[in-house]
Design a protein around this ligand. Sequence first.
Ligand code: ARG
Length: 572
Amino acid sequence: MNEKMTVASLIANALGETDGNNYVKFLETPPDRKMGDLAFPCFQLAKTLRKAPPMIAKDLCEKIEAARTPDLVDNVQVAGGYLNFFLNRKAVTEAVIGAVLTQRDDYGKSDEGAGKKVLVEFSSPNIAKPFHIGHLVSTALGSSLERIYKFLGYDTVKINHLGDWGTQFGKLISAYKRWGNEEAVRQDPIDELLKIYVQFHKEAETQPELEDEARAYFKALEDGNEEVTRLWKFFVEASLTEFNRMYDMLGISFDSYAGESFYSDKMPEVVDIMRAKNILEESDGAQVVRFEDDNMPPCIILKSDGSTIYATRDIAAAVYRKRHYDFFKNIYVVGTPQALHFKQVFSCLDKMGMDCAEGCVHVGFGYVRFPDRVLSTRHGDVVLLEDVLTEAVEKTREIILQSATSKHVEDLDYVSEKIGVGAVLYAFLKNGRERDIIFTWKDMLDFEGESGPYVQYAYARGKSVLRKTAEMGIDYSGADLGLATSDEEYALVMLLNRFQSVVREASEKYEPCVVTRYVTELAQQFNKFYNNCSIMKAEDSVRDARLKLTEAACICIRSALNLIGVEVVEKM
Ligand code: ARG
């Protein structure tokens, strides 16, 4: 429902203009609903109209009252320099609930992104290295951003920029040839590969020739040596099997796994372009790009031995992506500690003059802190994703088993997994991404606080009422929504109405937390409505109107949870 446009048009008409668009952006939502649903501050008109704001408000109010037909707007009032608009609750409720119940899963979607490609690069773990908690934050954030952009009609591509190239693979190959065991790697790829990698570093301290051997192996890999390539592929595939198990648990997939190795043959061209543009300089034998900004250290492109680094591969990747996808946006969801790296990469792209940097965005995030450290310590200081997920599911199961209302839930395994995994995703997407995430089991699994389970529970509650009424054969499709306009009900309707603008705000700020907060508010308001407006004990006509509200709330909660990657359960 576009109530803002309706009100803005009334204002435009009263000013003798035709286009309401100029006034939409000035409309505010008053802090207290007693002051109306929308307020128009008249201050910005004072200069052009040469009148005091309260006078302007009074004039406008009279003109609007004389001209308007009483449909969406019920009443207009002057309050100082403000013009307050009261909407007609019945009309608003009919428009909003009507839209949700006809558009259903499409409610809130938009086609504003049609024809625009948005690449979201996220997760991007390193082959043969543990998938740590930072990768999980990237995975949760990136997957959510992709869903948000897709919801707004953008053509999205999910990219996993695997860390599958670099001199460390020379070390790993050397280590494997010395101490590796194929069977052990197949059994437990990351643990085993990490173990021999650590061993390599230890032994190299006393046997420096190991480093030369590793360099030679990486060179062989770059040159496409068959045996070395076969081993590298084995490491990549074994690691991916392990990563995919976690992606499956999270319900996440990718469109492309083009990682760093994919760009290994695309770097010479980048170096050529840089040479042609005269931006490469020599520094201690290495080739670097320098920046005008003194706070930005030079970016190394070629090391003194001629090999490329992480940054070179990122520059090649951006050039490739621009050509291959012609992206509108190229979003990198990577921890804030890499902010400087991306600044350097984007500046190099700028200097190359290929307009690849335009549309590139680094979406950073803070650290995760575990004040209660009750996580399994199997892996020492690294907190592994799999441990977190498994523990969340186990703890959820315990809570359900202890709950009076939920312990008889039919599919305990399924429900605990969805609620447990959802709780983790929710916890990561609850606050602004630049802030550190304070992860405690208590907050995360608090069924009464701001948590995933709390929102899931509101949904399941609504669904349970709807199931009951379906069993009773109640048809509420013709309900009169004019009977559901109490404060509690109206607040719920106004929240449902905000959905699309919430999703848009989340996309503009690259902040899924905007959606998380919204769905929490929605669940809280639904619970207030549910507790204060009895449904099944009300008169039939009122009950029916409330059932419509309940159904609309469930649809919107499910869609919003979906945008943060959380899957609902119908019963809990
Ligand atoms: N693999 C890297 C890491 O684990 C993250 C990659 C980020 N993406 C990029 N295009 N550099 O730190």
